[in-house]
Design a protein around this ligand. Structure first.
Ligand SMILES: [Zn+2]
Length: 389
C-alpha cells in the first residue's frame, strides 16, 4: 500500500516543505517506533535536522513550527527511534507486495528473476509464479495460467477420478466378491494410495511458490506419495496373482513394504528435491516399481507365459510399466522442453506429460487388477482347478 504523505506545503508560510518534513510525517505514522522526547533514541531529532536543511528563514520557520506544535499537540517533539527510513520503506514495499498477492494482483515472472529455491527447470523460460507467502493466493492461482497450472490440474482431476472409482468399487455389492471384507481392504489400499499420491501432488504444485519451507515440506510429501502409490499398487496385484500361494504373497508384500518405506525415508532427505538430484529421484522410484519384475518372473515361470499374459493380465501390467517408465524418463531428461526452451513453459512440458502418464498408468493398473478379481470370482475362489491357473 502506498504510504500517506504529509502536506507538501507548510501551513501559513507558503514555503515548500523540506524532504525532512515529509519524512517526519511518514515516520510519525509508525507509532510504536516513536518515542517521546527525553527517552533514549537513536534517530536525529527532527528539529535539529530542519535547521540544517530548510531554505525557510529561521524566524519564519520557528513560527511555522509553533503552529504545528499547536495543531499536532506536541507530536513533533517526539523522537524517531531505531529503524532507518530505508528499512521502513523496504518494509512498506514488502507489505504492499503481500497485499497485492493477497488481492490476486500478481504477474508471472521469467525464470531468471526467480529466487534460487524456486529455480527447478531452466528450460521453462517464462510464466512462473512469483514467491507468494499466502496460501489463499496460492490456491487462487489454481485458476490462473502459469507454469504449474497443467501440473496442478492433471493431478487434481486424476484425484477426483480415483476418488469416484474407489467409492464405486468399495460400494459394489458383496455378492461380487469371494471374501468381501478382505478384498475390499485390498482394493481400498490401492485407492487410498492413489488418492493420497495425487492429492499430495496437486497440493505440492499449488503451494510450491509459497515459501522455501512450505515448498520443501510439500515436496517431501509429493515424493512420499509416489512411493505410497507404488506400494499400494502392488497390494491387489500380489493378492490376486499369488492367491493360491499365500507364503510367496506374504514375502513379496513384505519386501515391497520395506522397499517403499525406504524410498519414503530417502525422500525426507533435504537435498533429494534439488534439481541436480532429478535423476536420483527418477532412479529411486523406477527401482521401486521395477522390483515388480521379480514376482512377475516368478508367476511366469510357475504358470507359463500363456497364462501369465491371459489370466495373469500381464499385458496390462506391462503397458502400465511402460507408461511409468516413459513418464519417469521424460521427467528425468526434461523432454520436450530441452529441445525448445521457452516453447513448453505453460503446456506440454515434461512434468505434465509425466503427470498424465501416472494417472493413465494407475488407471490401466486398476483395470488389470479388476480383471484379476473377476477371474478369481469366476473360479469361486478355488485353487484346485489347475487347468486355469
Ligand atoms: Zn509433480
Amino acid at each position: 500500500m502506498p504510504s500517506h504523505k504529509g502536506p507538501v506545503v507548510a501551513q501559513g508560510s507558503g514555503a515548500p516543505a523540506s524532504n525532512r518534513e515529509t519524512d517526519t510525517v511518514e515516520l510519525a505514522e509508525l507509532g510504536p517506533l516513536l518515542e517521546e522526547k527525553g527517552k533514549p533514541g537513536i534517530a536525529v531529532p527532527a528539529k535539529a535536522e530542519a535547521e540544517q536543511a530548510s531554505p525557510v528563514p529561521q524566524e519564519e520557520e520557528e513560527e511555522e513550527e509553533r503552529e504545528e506544535e499547536e495543531e499536532e499537540k506536541g507530536e513533533e517533539q517526539m523522537r524517531v527511534l531505531t529503524l532507518p527510513l530505508q528499512a521502513y520503506r523496504a518494509m512498506e514495499k514488502m507489505e504492499e507486495f503481500v497485499y497485492k498477492v493477497w488481492e490476486g494482483r500478481w504477474r508471472v515472472i521469467p525464470y531468471s528473476v526467480l529466487p534460487d529455491w524456486l529455480k527447478d527447470n531452466d528450460y521453462l523460460l517464462d510464466g512462473h509464479r512469483p514467491p507468494m507467502p499466502s496460501f489463499r493466493a496460492c490456491f487462487r492461482s489454481i485458476f490462473r495460467i502459469h507454469t504449474e497450472t497443467g501440473n496442478i490440474w492433471t493431478h487434481l482431476l486424476g484425484f477426483v477420478l480415483f476418488l469416484f472409482l474407489g467409492i464405486l468399487t468399495l460400494l459394489r455389492p458383496n455378492m461380487y466378491f469371494m471374501a468381501p471384507l478382505q478384498e475390499k481392504v485390498v482394493f481400498g489400499m490401492f485407492f487410498l494410495s492413489t488418492v493420497l499420491c495425487l492429492s499430495f501432488s496437486w497440493l505440492f504444485h499449488t503451494v510450491y511458490c509459497h515459501s522455501e519451507k512450505v515448498s520443501q515440506t510439500f515436496s517431501k510429501l509429493d515424493y512420499s506419495g509416489i512411493a505410497i502409490l507404488i506400494m499400494g499398487s502392488f497390494v491387489p496385484w500380489l493378492y490376486y496373482s499369488f492367491y493360491c500361494s499365500p507364503q510367496s504373497r506374504l514375502i513379496y508384500l513384505s519386501i515391497i513394504c520395506v522397499l517403499g518405506i525406504s524410498a519414503i525415508i530417502v525422500a525426507q532427505w533435504d537435498r533429494f528435491a534439488m534439481p541436480q538430484h532429478r535423476q536420483t529421484r527418477a532412479g529411486v522410484f523406477l527401482g521401486l516399481g521395477l522390483s515388480g519384475v521379480v514376482p512377475t518372473m516368478h508367476f511366469t515361470i510357475s504358470e507359463g507365459f500363456v497364462k501369465a499374459t491371459t489370466v495373469g493380465q500381464m499385458g496390462w501390467f506391462f503397458l502400465m510399466a511402460v507408461m511409468y517408465i516413459t513418464g519417469a524418463g521424460l521427467f528425468a531428461a526434461r523432454i520436450p522442453e530441452r529441445f525448445c526452451p521457452g516453447k513448453f513453459d505453460i503446456w506440454f512440458q515434461s512434468h505434465q506429460i509425466f503427470h498424465v502418464l501416472v494417472v493413465a498408468a494407475a488407471f490401466v493398473h486398476f483395470y488389470g487388477v479388476f480383471n484379476l478379481q473377476e477371474f478369481r470370482y469366476s473360479l469361486k475362489g478355488s485353487c484346485t482347478d489347475d487347468s486355469l491357473l
